[in-house]
Ligand binder design. Structure first.
Ligand code: OSB
Ligand code: MG
Length: 374
Protein backbone atom coordinates (compact mmCIF):
# COMPACT_ATOMS: atom_id res chain seq x y z
CA UNK A 1 0.00 0.00 0.00
CA UNK A 2 1.28 3.42 -0.95
CA UNK A 3 0.31 6.91 0.22
CA UNK A 4 0.23 9.53 -2.52
CA UNK A 5 -0.89 12.59 -0.62
CA UNK A 6 -2.23 13.73 2.74
CA UNK A 7 -4.33 16.62 4.01
CA UNK A 8 -4.68 18.33 7.36
CA UNK A 9 -7.58 20.56 8.34
CA UNK A 10 -8.99 22.14 11.47
CA UNK A 11 -12.73 22.40 11.99
CA UNK A 12 -14.66 23.97 14.87
CA UNK A 13 -17.86 22.42 16.13
CA UNK A 14 -19.94 23.78 19.04
CA UNK A 15 -21.08 21.24 21.67
CA UNK A 16 -24.84 21.04 22.26
CA UNK A 17 -24.06 21.71 25.93
CA UNK A 18 -20.75 22.60 27.63
CA UNK A 19 -18.91 19.56 29.04
CA UNK A 20 -17.19 20.19 32.39
CA UNK A 21 -14.51 18.06 34.07
CA UNK A 22 -12.29 18.69 37.11
CA UNK A 23 -9.78 20.38 34.79
CA UNK A 24 -12.05 22.73 32.85
CA UNK A 25 -14.96 23.33 30.55
CA UNK A 26 -15.36 22.42 26.87
CA UNK A 27 -17.84 24.52 24.81
CA UNK A 28 -16.50 24.33 21.28
CA UNK A 29 -14.54 21.37 19.96
CA UNK A 30 -11.57 22.30 17.79
CA UNK A 31 -10.81 19.14 15.80
CA UNK A 32 -7.97 18.30 13.44
CA UNK A 33 -8.91 15.93 10.63
CA UNK A 34 -6.28 14.03 8.68
CA UNK A 35 -6.83 12.34 5.32
CA UNK A 36 -4.40 10.01 3.59
CA UNK A 37 -4.95 9.11 -0.06
CA UNK A 38 -3.56 6.18 -2.05
CA UNK A 39 -4.57 3.17 -4.18
CA UNK A 40 -7.62 5.14 -5.32
CA UNK A 41 -9.07 5.54 -1.82
CA UNK A 42 -9.05 8.10 1.00
CA UNK A 43 -8.70 7.25 4.71
CA UNK A 44 -9.83 9.53 7.54
CA UNK A 45 -8.43 10.12 11.02
CA UNK A 46 -9.30 12.54 13.83
CA UNK A 47 -6.87 14.06 16.31
CA UNK A 48 -8.31 14.01 19.85
CA UNK A 49 -5.98 16.66 21.31
CA UNK A 50 -8.04 19.33 23.11
CA UNK A 51 -7.60 23.12 22.86
CA UNK A 52 -5.54 23.31 26.05
CA UNK A 53 -2.94 21.05 27.74
CA UNK A 54 -5.25 20.08 30.64
CA UNK A 55 -5.68 16.40 29.75
CA UNK A 56 -2.15 15.73 28.51
CA UNK A 57 0.67 17.96 27.23
CA UNK A 58 -0.80 17.91 23.71
CA UNK A 59 -3.11 20.57 22.27
CA UNK A 60 -4.70 21.21 18.89
CA UNK A 61 -1.89 23.65 18.13
CA UNK A 62 1.00 21.36 19.17
CA UNK A 63 -0.58 18.60 17.08
CA UNK A 64 -0.94 20.93 14.08
CA UNK A 65 2.70 21.96 14.46
CA UNK A 66 4.04 18.39 14.71
CA UNK A 67 1.87 17.09 11.88
CA UNK A 68 2.59 20.02 9.55
CA UNK A 69 6.28 20.26 10.24
CA UNK A 70 7.44 16.71 11.01
CA UNK A 71 4.92 13.97 10.18
CA UNK A 72 2.96 14.80 7.04
CA UNK A 73 5.75 16.17 4.79
CA UNK A 74 7.47 12.74 4.87
CA UNK A 75 4.32 10.69 4.34
CA UNK A 76 3.57 11.00 0.59
CA UNK A 77 5.46 8.31 -1.32
CA UNK A 78 5.79 5.92 1.65
CA UNK A 79 4.90 2.32 0.92
CA UNK A 80 4.34 -0.71 3.15
CA UNK A 81 3.47 -4.36 2.47
CA UNK A 82 3.39 -7.45 4.62
CA UNK A 83 1.07 -8.63 7.38
CA UNK A 84 -2.02 -6.45 7.19
CA UNK A 85 -2.12 -5.22 10.73
CA UNK A 86 1.51 -4.03 10.50
CA UNK A 87 0.88 -1.75 7.50
CA UNK A 88 -0.48 1.40 9.21
CA UNK A 89 2.42 1.60 11.66
CA UNK A 90 4.90 0.75 8.89
CA UNK A 91 3.59 3.69 6.86
CA UNK A 92 4.43 5.93 9.82
CA UNK A 93 7.99 4.60 10.05
CA UNK A 94 9.47 7.88 8.72
CA UNK A 95 8.19 9.67 11.85
CA UNK A 96 9.06 6.97 14.39
CA UNK A 97 11.91 9.14 15.71
CA UNK A 98 9.43 11.66 17.13
CA UNK A 99 9.07 11.48 20.90
CA UNK A 100 5.63 11.82 22.42
CA UNK A 101 2.94 13.68 20.44
CA UNK A 102 0.93 10.47 20.36
CA UNK A 103 -2.40 12.12 19.62
CA UNK A 104 -0.91 13.85 16.59
CA UNK A 105 0.65 10.64 15.26
CA UNK A 106 -2.43 8.56 16.08
CA UNK A 107 -4.56 10.75 13.80
CA UNK A 108 -2.38 9.69 10.86
CA UNK A 109 -2.08 6.07 11.96
CA UNK A 110 -5.87 5.81 12.25
CA UNK A 111 -6.36 7.42 8.84
CA UNK A 112 -3.98 4.76 7.47
CA UNK A 113 -6.11 2.00 9.09
CA UNK A 114 -9.23 3.42 7.45
CA UNK A 115 -7.41 3.57 4.11
CA UNK A 116 -6.17 -0.01 4.49
CA UNK A 117 -9.69 -1.25 5.27
CA UNK A 118 -11.18 0.67 2.32
CA UNK A 119 -8.53 -0.70 -0.05
CA UNK A 120 -9.35 -4.22 1.21
CA UNK A 121 -13.08 -3.45 0.87
CA UNK A 122 -13.69 -4.59 4.47
CA UNK A 123 -15.05 -2.90 7.59
CA UNK A 124 -12.31 -1.58 9.89
CA UNK A 125 -13.76 -3.87 12.59
CA UNK A 126 -12.93 -6.91 10.46
CA UNK A 127 -9.41 -5.71 9.64
CA UNK A 128 -8.78 -5.18 13.37
CA UNK A 129 -9.84 -8.78 13.99
CA UNK A 130 -13.20 -8.10 15.64
CA UNK A 131 -16.75 -9.23 14.83
CA UNK A 132 -19.49 -6.86 13.63
CA UNK A 133 -21.59 -7.44 16.75
CA UNK A 134 -23.09 -4.35 18.42
CA UNK A 135 -21.41 -3.30 21.69
CA UNK A 136 -22.92 -1.90 24.92
CA UNK A 137 -22.52 1.83 25.40
CA UNK A 138 -21.99 3.95 28.48
CA UNK A 139 -22.27 7.72 28.83
CA UNK A 140 -19.96 10.23 30.49
CA UNK A 141 -21.84 13.05 32.24
CA UNK A 142 -19.90 16.21 33.05
CA UNK A 143 -19.98 18.17 36.32
CA UNK A 144 -23.37 19.85 36.83
CA UNK A 145 -24.12 23.00 38.85
CA UNK A 146 -26.27 21.08 41.41
CA UNK A 147 -27.64 17.62 42.25
CA UNK A 148 -31.10 18.26 40.76
CA UNK A 149 -29.64 19.05 37.36
CA UNK A 150 -27.38 16.01 37.63
CA UNK A 151 -30.26 13.66 38.53
CA UNK A 152 -32.20 15.04 35.57
CA UNK A 153 -29.26 14.37 33.22
CA UNK A 154 -29.04 10.81 34.52
CA UNK A 155 -32.80 10.32 33.91
CA UNK A 156 -32.30 11.49 30.33
CA UNK A 157 -29.33 9.15 29.80
CA UNK A 158 -31.22 6.14 31.16
CA UNK A 159 -34.22 6.99 28.98
CA UNK A 160 -31.88 7.09 25.98
CA UNK A 161 -30.81 3.54 26.87
CA UNK A 162 -27.23 4.00 28.09
CA UNK A 163 -25.98 0.84 29.78
CA UNK A 164 -23.61 2.52 32.27
CA UNK A 165 -23.39 6.00 33.77
CA UNK A 166 -20.05 7.69 34.38
CA UNK A 167 -20.06 10.88 36.45
CA UNK A 168 -17.26 13.42 36.63
CA UNK A 169 -16.17 14.23 40.18
CA UNK A 170 -13.84 16.76 41.85
CA UNK A 171 -13.19 17.82 45.46
CA UNK A 172 -16.43 19.45 46.60
CA UNK A 173 -18.54 17.43 44.15
CA UNK A 174 -17.86 13.84 45.13
CA UNK A 175 -19.06 11.70 48.06
CA UNK A 176 -22.28 13.60 48.91
CA UNK A 177 -23.14 14.04 45.24
CA UNK A 178 -22.66 10.33 44.51
CA UNK A 179 -24.65 9.38 47.63
CA UNK A 180 -27.57 11.45 46.33
CA UNK A 181 -27.31 9.68 42.98
CA UNK A 182 -27.19 6.23 44.66
CA UNK A 183 -30.25 7.05 46.79
CA UNK A 184 -32.21 7.86 43.67
CA UNK A 185 -30.72 5.11 41.44
CA UNK A 186 -29.78 2.18 43.74
CA UNK A 187 -29.18 -0.32 40.92
CA UNK A 188 -27.73 1.71 38.05
CA UNK A 189 -24.23 0.64 36.87
CA UNK A 190 -22.35 3.72 38.04
CA UNK A 191 -18.74 4.93 38.04
CA UNK A 192 -16.83 8.14 38.72
CA UNK A 193 -14.02 9.87 36.81
CA UNK A 194 -11.85 12.41 38.66
CA UNK A 195 -9.45 13.32 35.84
CA UNK A 196 -6.58 13.47 38.39
CA UNK A 197 -8.32 15.91 40.75
CA UNK A 198 -7.03 14.20 43.94
CA UNK A 199 -3.68 13.52 45.58
CA UNK A 200 -2.34 10.72 47.77
CA UNK A 201 -3.38 12.77 50.83
CA UNK A 202 -7.07 12.35 49.84
CA UNK A 203 -7.08 8.60 50.56
CA UNK A 204 -9.60 8.82 53.44
CA UNK A 205 -12.04 10.81 51.33
CA UNK A 206 -11.72 8.45 48.35
CA UNK A 207 -12.16 5.42 50.63
CA UNK A 208 -15.68 6.73 51.44
CA UNK A 209 -16.60 5.92 47.83
CA UNK A 210 -16.21 2.20 48.66
CA UNK A 211 -19.74 2.19 50.15
CA UNK A 212 -21.40 3.28 46.90
CA UNK A 213 -21.02 0.09 44.79
CA UNK A 214 -19.24 1.93 42.00
CA UNK A 215 -18.05 -0.20 39.09
CA UNK A 216 -14.74 1.69 39.26
CA UNK A 217 -13.08 5.02 40.00
CA UNK A 218 -11.30 6.41 36.96
CA UNK A 219 -7.96 8.24 37.28
CA UNK A 220 -8.34 9.64 40.79
CA UNK A 221 -4.69 10.74 41.09
CA UNK A 222 -2.10 12.55 38.98
CA UNK A 223 -1.28 11.50 35.44
CA UNK A 224 2.26 10.55 36.49
CA UNK A 225 1.32 9.00 39.86
CA UNK A 226 1.31 5.26 39.11
CA UNK A 227 2.99 4.43 42.40
CA UNK A 228 0.44 6.51 44.34
CA UNK A 229 -2.40 4.78 42.46
CA UNK A 230 -0.97 1.41 43.57
CA UNK A 231 -0.99 2.53 47.22
CA UNK A 232 -4.56 3.79 46.86
CA UNK A 233 -5.75 0.60 45.10
CA UNK A 234 -4.30 -1.44 47.99
CA UNK A 235 -6.71 0.27 50.40
CA UNK A 236 -9.82 0.50 48.15
CA UNK A 237 -12.24 -2.30 47.34
CA UNK A 238 -13.52 -0.36 44.33
CA UNK A 239 -11.36 -1.05 41.26
CA UNK A 240 -9.27 1.84 39.96
CA UNK A 241 -9.47 2.43 36.21
CA UNK A 242 -6.49 4.16 34.61
CA UNK A 243 -6.92 6.71 31.82
CA UNK A 244 -4.38 9.59 31.66
CA UNK A 245 -1.62 7.49 33.28
CA UNK A 246 -1.44 4.95 30.43
CA UNK A 247 0.19 6.32 27.29
CA UNK A 248 1.76 3.11 26.02
CA UNK A 249 2.18 -0.64 26.44
CA UNK A 250 5.20 0.10 28.65
CA UNK A 251 3.04 2.21 31.00
CA UNK A 252 0.43 -0.57 31.10
CA UNK A 253 3.01 -3.26 31.99
CA UNK A 254 4.32 -1.08 34.79
CA UNK A 255 0.80 -0.38 36.05
CA UNK A 256 0.02 -4.12 36.15
CA UNK A 257 3.29 -4.91 37.91
CA UNK A 258 2.64 -2.23 40.54
CA UNK A 259 -1.06 -3.01 40.94
CA UNK A 260 -1.86 0.62 40.13
CA UNK A 261 -5.30 -0.22 38.76
CA UNK A 262 -7.45 -3.16 37.70
CA UNK A 263 -9.33 -1.66 34.76
CA UNK A 264 -8.04 0.09 31.66
CA UNK A 265 -9.64 2.86 29.62
CA UNK A 266 -8.11 2.65 26.12
CA UNK A 267 -8.28 5.76 23.95
CA UNK A 268 -6.42 5.15 20.70
CA UNK A 269 -5.38 8.81 20.46
CA UNK A 270 -3.82 8.78 23.93
CA UNK A 271 -1.68 5.70 23.18
CA UNK A 272 -0.52 6.61 19.67
CA UNK A 273 -3.06 4.72 17.58
CA UNK A 274 -4.97 1.51 16.95
CA UNK A 275 -1.93 -0.81 16.75
CA UNK A 276 -0.86 0.12 20.30
CA UNK A 277 -4.52 -0.17 21.38
CA UNK A 278 -4.59 -3.76 20.06
CA UNK A 279 -1.46 -4.58 22.08
CA UNK A 280 -3.06 -3.08 25.21
CA UNK A 281 -6.25 -5.05 24.59
CA UNK A 282 -4.25 -8.29 24.28
CA UNK A 283 -2.21 -7.62 27.42
CA UNK A 284 -5.27 -6.78 29.52
CA UNK A 285 -7.20 -9.80 28.15
CA UNK A 286 -4.31 -12.19 28.90
CA UNK A 287 -4.26 -10.93 32.47
CA UNK A 288 -8.05 -11.35 32.76
CA UNK A 289 -8.57 -7.69 33.64
CA UNK A 290 -11.48 -5.45 32.57
CA UNK A 291 -11.04 -2.91 29.79
CA UNK A 292 -13.15 -0.54 27.72
CA UNK A 293 -12.80 2.07 24.98
CA UNK A 294 -12.85 5.68 26.17
CA UNK A 295 -13.75 8.84 24.29
CA UNK A 296 -12.54 12.43 23.85
CA UNK A 297 -15.70 14.13 22.57
CA UNK A 298 -15.04 12.89 19.04
CA UNK A 299 -16.97 13.70 15.90
CA UNK A 300 -18.51 10.83 13.93
CA UNK A 301 -15.09 10.09 12.41
CA UNK A 302 -13.11 9.48 15.62
CA UNK A 303 -16.19 7.81 17.09
CA UNK A 304 -16.18 5.34 14.18
CA UNK A 305 -12.62 4.28 14.99
CA UNK A 306 -13.58 3.84 18.65
CA UNK A 307 -16.65 1.78 17.72
CA UNK A 308 -14.47 -0.45 15.52
CA UNK A 309 -11.92 -0.98 18.30
CA UNK A 310 -14.60 -1.70 20.90
CA UNK A 311 -15.53 -4.92 19.05
CA UNK A 312 -12.41 -6.71 20.30
CA UNK A 313 -13.10 -9.34 22.99
CA UNK A 314 -10.83 -7.75 25.63
CA UNK A 315 -13.14 -4.74 25.76
CA UNK A 316 -15.62 -6.45 28.06
CA UNK A 317 -17.09 -3.31 29.68
CA UNK A 318 -19.33 -0.61 28.09
CA UNK A 319 -17.26 2.17 26.47
CA UNK A 320 -17.71 5.97 26.40
CA UNK A 321 -18.99 5.71 22.83
CA UNK A 322 -22.26 7.69 22.87
CA UNK A 323 -24.59 8.75 20.08
CA UNK A 324 -23.65 11.73 17.89
CA UNK A 325 -26.57 13.77 19.24
CA UNK A 326 -25.15 13.56 22.77
CA UNK A 327 -22.52 16.08 21.68
CA UNK A 328 -23.47 17.58 18.30
CA UNK A 329 -26.56 19.30 16.92
CA UNK A 330 -25.41 17.80 13.64
CA UNK A 331 -22.43 15.48 13.22
CA UNK A 332 -20.04 15.59 10.25
CA UNK A 333 -20.74 12.03 9.08
CA UNK A 334 -23.51 10.28 7.21
CA UNK A 335 -25.06 8.44 8.94
CA UNK A 336 -24.68 9.89 12.42
CA UNK A 337 -24.04 7.44 15.28
CA UNK A 338 -27.16 6.18 17.07
CA UNK A 339 -27.80 4.07 20.16
CA UNK A 340 -30.33 1.21 19.96
CA UNK A 341 -31.28 -0.60 23.18
CA UNK A 342 -28.11 0.56 24.90
CA UNK A 343 -25.95 -0.73 22.05
CA UNK A 344 -24.04 0.82 19.17
CA UNK A 345 -23.67 -1.14 15.93
CA UNK A 346 -20.74 -0.85 13.53
CA UNK A 347 -21.70 -0.47 9.87
CA UNK A 348 -21.09 -3.35 7.48
CA UNK A 349 -19.29 -1.09 5.00
CA UNK A 350 -15.62 -0.64 4.06
CA UNK A 351 -13.34 1.27 6.42
CA UNK A 352 -14.85 3.32 9.25
CA UNK A 353 -18.23 2.77 7.59
CA UNK A 354 -19.56 6.31 7.86
CA UNK A 355 -19.11 8.87 5.06
CA UNK A 356 -17.58 12.21 6.06
CA UNK A 357 -19.92 15.04 4.95
CA UNK A 358 -17.46 16.86 2.68
CA UNK A 359 -19.55 19.99 2.08
CA UNK A 360 -20.19 20.45 5.78
CA UNK A 361 -16.55 19.81 6.66
CA UNK A 362 -15.48 22.40 4.06
CA UNK A 363 -17.89 24.92 5.57
CA UNK A 364 -16.51 24.30 9.10
CA UNK A 365 -12.83 24.38 8.10
CA UNK A 366 -10.72 27.22 9.54
CA UNK A 367 -7.32 26.11 8.14
CA UNK A 368 -6.14 23.54 5.62
CA UNK A 369 -2.82 22.17 4.27
CA UNK A 370 -2.06 19.61 1.58
CA UNK A 371 1.07 17.39 1.38
CA UNK A 372 2.67 17.72 -1.12
CA UNK A 373 1.25 21.18 -1.79
CA UNK A 374 -1.30 21.00 -4.65
O1 OSB B 1 -11.48 11.54 31.05
O2 OSB B 1 -12.54 10.22 29.83
C1 OSB B 1 -12.17 11.36 30.08
C2 OSB B 1 -13.77 13.81 27.63
C3 OSB B 1 -12.69 14.62 27.36
C4 OSB B 1 -11.49 14.40 27.99
C5 OSB B 1 -11.36 13.35 28.89
C6 OSB B 1 -12.43 12.52 29.15
C7 OSB B 1 -13.66 12.78 28.54
C8 OSB B 1 -14.88 12.03 28.82
C9 OSB B 1 -15.94 11.99 27.74
O3 OSB B 1 -15.11 11.48 29.87
C10 OSB B 1 -15.92 10.74 26.94
C11 OSB B 1 -16.75 10.85 25.69
O4 OSB B 1 -17.97 10.67 25.77
O5 OSB B 1 -16.20 11.13 24.61
MG1 MG C 1 -11.16 9.71 31.97
Amino acid sequence: MRIDHAELREIRLPLVRPFETSTGRWSVRRVLLVTVAGEGHVGWGECVAPSDPSYSPETVDTAWHVLERFVLPDLPGTEAEGPETKIPEALLAPSRWIRGHRMARAAVEMAAWDLLARVRGEPLRTVLGASLEPVPVGISIGLQPDDDTLLHRIDEALAAGYARIKLKIRPGRDVEMLQAVRRRFPEVPLMADANSAYSAADGDRLAELDDLSLLMIEQPLGHEDLWEHAALQARLRTPICLDESIRSLADARLALELGAGRILNVKPGRVGGLAESLRLEALWRERGQGAWVGGMLETGIGRAHNVALAGLPGFDLPGDLSASRRYWARDITDPEWEIEDGMIRPLDRPGIGVAPDLARIAALTVRHRRFPEA
